[in-house]
Ligand binder design. Structure first.
Ligand SMILES: [Zn+2]
Ligand SMILES: [Zn+2]
Length: 368
């Protein structure tokens, strides 16, 4: 019996992202700068391990290479996790949903599309407003994805996808930074700061110990690689430390880079505009942003089969239900579109599960 494959969402709603290993890994369309980041970190650390570590292990402590290796592995794992995971891509509206929204009927059949919608020949309004913790938040219509973006989502022009809690598109990590990979990005930036300071200190210590009695010129001749490592770290450590500080500020105030650049929550003309997402104190914000529950991927990555896809769909439906309750609409039901999509995702997975059960029983599978 020919086995027929269930089409997965990332294959349909891919935007410009590239997917690898049957959708398990993904990157931005042009990961060239990401490869440069990998090469820079790996080559600098290779020089550190080849020239500084043996010398310092013998003269200072064998703990030096152990600490260096631990920091290097931690930094690389955070980088790869940021670069290869789903930042929180929101699937585009299906044709029927987009047509319903364009016709002004609103998706999900819930309550219509707001003032002015539904009249023949008149386009539906391109922005809606919801209340988040009592504060009005505008939902903009995405013409590419054909839906109203959830609060904090933005369309990445490079990846050509809407991303939930969009922070920025980072060419250095070769991916968008959003709701699902921000914590790994933050971990990467902070651990890279520690790694750069550590490697720089080791290179300087090596040169200083070599220079004792013999002079700096002799030390540079004895270990030119240490001088190169020290120079690379010295030039890069400032920007990395600055970035770590900036993202610590953002995490402690529960803001994104996008919101900070736009000044979304800054005081305008004497009118304060407080951040409705902030939990009131820095610790609670950091905990929520960096350690809170990880949102499930909505683009259905990974191999077909297994319980994971169903768990993801169920979690997505639950999350959207939760979001809909939190972001109470001022009029109509603007959260109906993502909720309808999540419900459809759940239906899709129920169908996929039923199909797998049928396949196990040896019956033919109806392709989607
Ligand atoms: Zn979009
Ligand atoms: Zn992007």
């Amino acid at each position: 019996m020919a086995s027929r494959r269930v089409t997965r969402k990332w294959e349909v709603f891919a935007g410009r992202n590239r997917f690898w290993c049957d959708g398990r890994l993904m990157t931005a369309p042009h990961p060239g700068v990401f490869v440069l980041t990998l090469a820079l970190i790996c080559s600098t650390c290779a020089l550190h391990f080849a020239f500084d570590c043996p010398f310092l292990a013998a003269r200072v402590s064998p703990a030096v290479p152990v600490a260096g290796a631990a920091l290097f592995l931690f930094t690389m794992s955070a980088l790869l996790r940021t670069a290869l995971s789903d930042p929180g891509i929101i699937p585009r509206a299906a044709a029927a949903e987009a047509a319903a929204l364009e016709a002004g009927a609103g998706a999900g059949g819930g309550g219509g599309g707001g003032a002015g919608a539904g009249e023949a020949g008149r386009p539906p309004p391109r922005a809606r407003e919801v209340l988040v913790r009592g504060r009005p938040v505008k939902l903009k219509y995405c013409f590419t994805c054909k839906m109203f973006r959830p609060p904090r989502a933005s369309h990445c022009s490079l990846c050509d996808n809407c991303v939930d809690r969009f922070d920025h598109h980072c060419p250095w990590v070769g991916n968008c930074v959003g709701k699902r990979n921000y914590r790994y990005f933050y971990t990467f930036v902070v651990s890279l700061s520690f790694l750069a300071v550590f490697v720089f200190a080791c290179a300087v210590a090596h040169l200083a110990l070599e220079a004792r009695g013999a002079g700096l010129g002799a030390a540079l001749r004895a270990s030119p690689a240490s001088a190169l490592v020290a120079a690379v770290c010295f030039l890069s450590v400032w920007s990395v430390l600055g970035l770590a500080g900036f993202h610590t500020y953002l995490a402690s105030t529960d803001q994104t880079t996008n919101e900070d650049i736009k000044g979304s929550f800054s005081t305008r003309r004497g009118v304060s505009n407080p951040n409705p997402y902030s939990r009131g104190n820095a610790c609670a914000n950091c905990w929520h942003v960096l350690c809170g529950p990880l949102a499930p991927s909505l683009i259905d990555r990974g191999a077909a089969g297994g319980g994971r896809a169903e768990r993801v769909a169920a979690a997505a439906a639950a999350r959207h239900h939760h979001d809909r309750r939190r972001a109470r609409p001022r009029r109509a039901r603007p959260a109906a579109a993502p909720a309808a999509r999540a419900a459809r995702a759940a239906r899709t997975h129920r169908a996929a599960r039923a199909a797998r059960r049928a396949r196990r029983r040896g019956r033919a599978l109806t392709p989607r």
